[in-house]
Each structure stands twice: as structure tokens, then as C-alpha cells.
Design a protein around this ligand. Structure first.
Ligand SMILES: Cc1cc2nc3c(=O)[nH]c(=O)nc-3n(C[C@H](O)[C@H](O)[C@H](O)COP(=O)(O)OP(=O)(O)OC[C@H]3O[C@@H](n4cnc5c(N)ncnc54)[C@H](O)[C@@H]3O)c2cc1C
Length: 476
């Protein structure tokens, strides 16, 4: 499982020693790790399928200037750089390639500024998502992007993967909350993109280019983020359905009627059963539920009551066997905990690998049915949980990590689900990114012209293929 992709890395042991000297001079001894016992902790992210290599060193810069020094030294020695935040990624995008320098941003974790009057924050890339959310909440403000890993993933990682989360249905993905960025380019120069103003159309939108670029174009060292007023405490609705078709029909009607909950999640029967067993609670599966919908409204007061009442009516019309709305914060949090517990619950059966296809919201039912078929074909448990409000589904395959046969069957299921997602008019990734596992799939989704445009952008900004080579796509 530890295969590493080919990289254009031409250094010898003499040049490696010289590079390490340069890095230690720039960052200090404690900023450069070469201990073979420590390096494995930085070799890979959380996706078991993705190849990874062995880095020459891990560096932990504290400032943009130190990042510039690392980039210049690596460029001179033609040693690739793999930027890394917390390593919580699910595509192998932060996985090391042989002989690279892994540039970890966790020491650059300052919240530089919170400006309540202009509703923005300026942060370094190593700030943990939850720390930013907590910090701005003290000012009555809200940073929406909320990946489920929010208590340990970094803003730099979120920007680079264009991370989503549970609240995307109302507030969009990371790119919708970014105003500007500071990026160290392949020649060590600093590029400032974007603005601090609400509007601004000067030049190409380079900010959006770097969002989702998965560390292939430069190192983000600072970001200016747009904040919103803190929403009201949400009301929560849970609805159980006897068939996924009924749940899918309810989702489609919520969308069609223009209702915009702040969260709309779906769990299939396998997810429900796993969570019930894990949390020792009753979510509706005992009554034969095939799917659960979980919705929240943070519109506050009467508006939230009206919104959830309308959704509850739609669920009932679609044949829900149970629909319950609560404005009790503890009960709402308990229901959300059940949704967030799916992956942990599945771990009680084995290791998991999770897909990230996004399909038109009218196709969610077909996707869930297709996953059940794939589960039967490969003989492995596949649980589907996802962001029903935007069609981004996470079919999660459970396998025995000690069995090569099960790993191979899980890999087959993973790819069959990507195939299914594309066949349903969807995309191979709604939020986790391409990384090192979906390169071929990206080429397929965007086609030869799209790939040529990607390569042209990469060649213009990173002509020596310094940053994260072999991730997302190859240059040949
Ligand atoms: C349990 C679990 C739940 C998850 N739930 C969600 C979810 O709901 N939504 C979602 O979108 N994702 C989710 N993820 C995936 C992951 O947490 C996100 O992709 C997250 O944005 C990665 O952040 P990170 O700091 O861990 O980045 P890493 O994994 O370290 O890196 C991710 C990518 O960003 C690049 N990168 C990191 N920092 C920089 C930088 N400063 N400059 C340039 N490139 C950089 C890396 O090279 C790599 O390509 C989940 C993961 C887990 C394990």
C-alpha cells in the first residue's frame, strides 16, 4: 500500500546534506525534522488507498519569510515540496513523495486580526478551523465552512481543498468565505491576491485559482476570510423513511420549494444501524427505517419554526414514518452528534475508505441504491451518509485492513462508486479533492482540453513542478 508516484527529484546525498544545512540555517534546528522515527507521522493523510513516499525532511516554518527560504532552497536543489496542514485529508493530497520536503504549517497558527466592523478575519494557514470559529464567535461573528474534521484540520488545508461541510447547503464551501490570500510562489516571491472589500473585480480572480489547488501552485501563508453574523441557535428536524426513494423525494421537494435549511443530511440504513449500535441509542432503524433526514434551520424565531414546519410537512407528504422537530438545544446537539458519529461507528466493524461523489440532488436515491448493489457485488459493508442539501454523498466502504483481498475489493467498490457518480451526472469529488487517488478520474471528468488548461496553469506558475508533483494530475 506504500507505493509512491514517480517524481522529478534529482538530488544526490551531497546536495541533500547541503539543502538540509540551508533549511536548518533558515528555520533553526527544531524547524527541520529528519528523524526516521518521526518522519512516518508526516508521510500520509487519512486516505488508506493513496500512495505515499518517504520525505527527505519535514520543515515547520513560523513565518512567510521562512516559507520563502524553504521554497528558494528547495527550488535551487530541485527538491519537491509537499505542503501540509493537519494531514486530515481524504485523497492523499498531502502525502509525501520520495525525497521531498514536507512543509508543515502548524506553527503558523496566529489569528492575526478579527475586524468586526468589516466582518473579516486575517489568519495564518495553520490555524485550526474550530479555533477560528471560537475566536470570531466572541465578536458575534461566524466562519461558516465546517468540515466534520473541524476540530483538527487547518484553514490552509481547508483553502487548498476548498473544503465543505454540513452547512454548505446554506453558506457554500470554503471559496465562498475567502476574500484574499498571501501565497509563496515557486520562485520564492510573495503573491497577494484578492482584497478586503466586499466587492472587487480587478484582474483575474487569482484567489479562486489558489482555492482548491491542493498545494500544487504555491504555499498559502495568510488568508483574509469573510465572516457572517452569528446565526441564531438552530431548530432541528429529524425524519425517518421506509424507503430511500421517499427520503430522496422529500429532499427534491425541499429544494424545489426554495427552502434553504442551514443543514440537510441523510443517513442510509447501514449508517443508522452502525450509529445505533455504537451510541446505544434508537434513531428509527428499530422501526425499519431505510433512511433518516436531519435538517436544521438557524433563521431564528418564527422564521425557523415556519421553515422547519414546511420541511416537516414535505417529509410527511413524502411518506415519512416519523418526523420530529425540536428547539431544545441539547436534543438538537444529540441528533447532530449521531450524524457526526457515522465514521467512528463504522470503525467498530473495520477500517473505512470514504468516497465523496456529488450528484444532482434528484439523483441521491439512485446513488444510494447503486451503492447497495456495489456492496452486494464486492461483499463488503457500504454505508451512505451525506450532505443531502447539496447532493454530496460519502459512501463509506468498510473492510478488514489485514486482508489484501478485502482491501482490493474495497478499492474496486471505491472506483465503482466514482463511475456511478459520473454516470448520474455528478462529479468525482464534492469536497475532499483529487489528490493522489483520483488523478485518472480527474482526467476523465474534465477531458483533454480541461487537462491541458490545468497543465498550462501549473507550468506557468510552477515551471519546475516543485509543488506537490504527481498530485491532482501529472505533467506528462
Ligand atoms: C473524519 C474526517 C471527516 C472529514 N470531513 C470532511 C468534511 O466534512 N468536509 C471536507 O471538505 N473535508 C472533510 N475531511 C477531509 C479533510 O479534513 C479536509 O480536506 C481538510 O480541509 C484538510 O485540512 P488539513 O489541514 O488536514 O490539510 P492536509 O490534509 O494536511 O492537506 C490537504 C491539502 O492541502 C494542501 N495544503 C495544506 N496546507 C497548505 C498551504 N498552507 N498551502 C498550500 N497547500 C496546502 C496539501 O498539500 C494538500 O494538498 C474529513 C476528514 C476526516 C478524517
Amino acid at each position: 500500500m506504500g507505493r509512491s508516484p514517480t517524481v522529478t527529484c534529482v538530488h544526490t546525498s551531497a546536495t541533500s546534506a547541503e539543502l538540509l544545512d540551508h533549511l536548518r540555517t533558515a528555520l533553526g534546528q527544531d524547524g527541520v525534522i529528519t528523524d526516521p522515527d518521526v518522519l512516518p507521522g508526516y508521510q500520509r493523510d487519512m486516505m488508506p488507498l493513496a500512495p505515499y513516499g518517504t520525505p527527505l525532511a519535514v520543515v515547520l516554518p513560523r513565518s512567510t519569510e521562512q516559507v520563502q527560504a524553504v521554497v528558494r532552497a528547495c527550488a535551487r536543489h530541485r527538491v519537491p515540496i509537499v505542503p501540509r496542514g493537519a494531514g486530515s485529508g481524504l485523497s492523499g493530497a498531502a502525502n509525501a513523495v520520495d525525497g521531498c520536503v514536507v512543509l508543515v504549517t502548524t506553527r503558523m497558527n496566529a489569528i492575526v486580526e478579527v475586524d468586526p466592523d468589516n466582518r473579516l478575519a486575517v489568519v495564518e494557514p495553520g490555524v485550526v478551523n474550530l479555533d477560528l470559529r471560537d475566536a470570531v464567535e466572541k465578536h458575534g461573528l461566524f466562519y461558516p465552512p465546517d468540515p466534520s474534521s473541524y476540530d483538527w484540520c487547518t484553514i490552509g488545508g481547508n483553502l487548498s481543498t476548498n473544503a465543505g461541510g454540513l452547512c454548505c447547503v446554506k453558506y457554500g464551501v470554503t471559496t465562498d468565505s475567502v476574500l484574499g490570500m498571501r501565497v509563496v510562489l515557486a520562485d520564492g516571491e510573495v503573491l497577494d491576491t484578492g482584497r478586503r472589500t466586499v466587492k472587487g473585480v480587478a484582474g483575474y480572480d487569482l484567489t479562486k485559482l489558489f482555492v482548491g489547488s491542493e498545494g500544487t501552485l504555491g504555499v498559502i501563508t495568510r488568508a483574509t476570510l469573510a465572516l457572517r453574523p452569528l446565526p441564531q441557535a438552530p431548530g432541528t428536524l429529524v425524519a425517518a423513511f421506509g424507503s430511500t426513494g421517499a427520503a430522496g423525494a422529500a429532499v427534491a421537494r425541499v429544494v424545489r420549494e426554495g427552502l434553504v435549511p442551514s443543514l440537510m443530511e441523510i443517513m442510509d440504513a447501514t449508517s443508522i444501524q452502525a450509529v445505533e449500535a455504537h451510541l446505544k441509542t434508537e434513531l428509527g432503524a428499530g422501526r425499519g427505517s431505510a433512511a433518516l433526514l436531519l435538517c436544521q434551520s438557524d433563521s431564528g424565531g418564527e422564521a425557523a419554526r415556519r421553515e422547519l414546519a414546511a420541511i416537516e410537512r414535505i417529509c410527511a407528504d413524502a411518506g415519512a414514518t416519523l418526523a420530529h422537530t425540536t428547539f431544545d438545544a441539547a436534543e438538537g446537539a444529540m441528533l447532530l452528534t449521531a450524524r457526526r458519529a457515522v465514521l467512528t461507528a463504522l470503525e467498530t466493524y473495520g477500517a473505512w475508505m470514504t468516497d465523496d461523489v456529488c450528484v444532482p440532488r434528484t439523483k441521491i436515491t439512485e446513488l444510494i441504491a447503486g451503492c447497495a448493489r456495489i456492496s452486494d457485488e464486492v461483499g463488503l459493508r457500504v454505508a451512505v451518509v451525506g450532505h443531502a442539501g447539496d447532493g454530496n454523498m460519502h459512501p463509506t466502504i468498510v473492510y478488514d485492513p489485514t486482508s489484501t483481498d478485502e482491501f482490493d475489493r474495497a478499492t474496486r467498490a471505491f472506483n465503482d462508486i466514482l463511475e456511478l457518480g459520473l454516470a448520474l451526472g455528478g462529479t468525482i469529488t464534492g469536497e475532499h479533492g483529487v489528490g493522489k487517488i483520483k488523478r485518472d478520474w480527474l482526467a476523465r471528468e474534465i477531458g483533454p482540453v480541461g487537462l491541458r488548461a490545468h497543465r498550462a496553469i501549473k507550468a506557468a506558475l510552477d515551471p519546475d513542478n516543485l509543488f506537490n508533483p504527481g498530485s491532482m494530475f501529472t505533467m506528462d
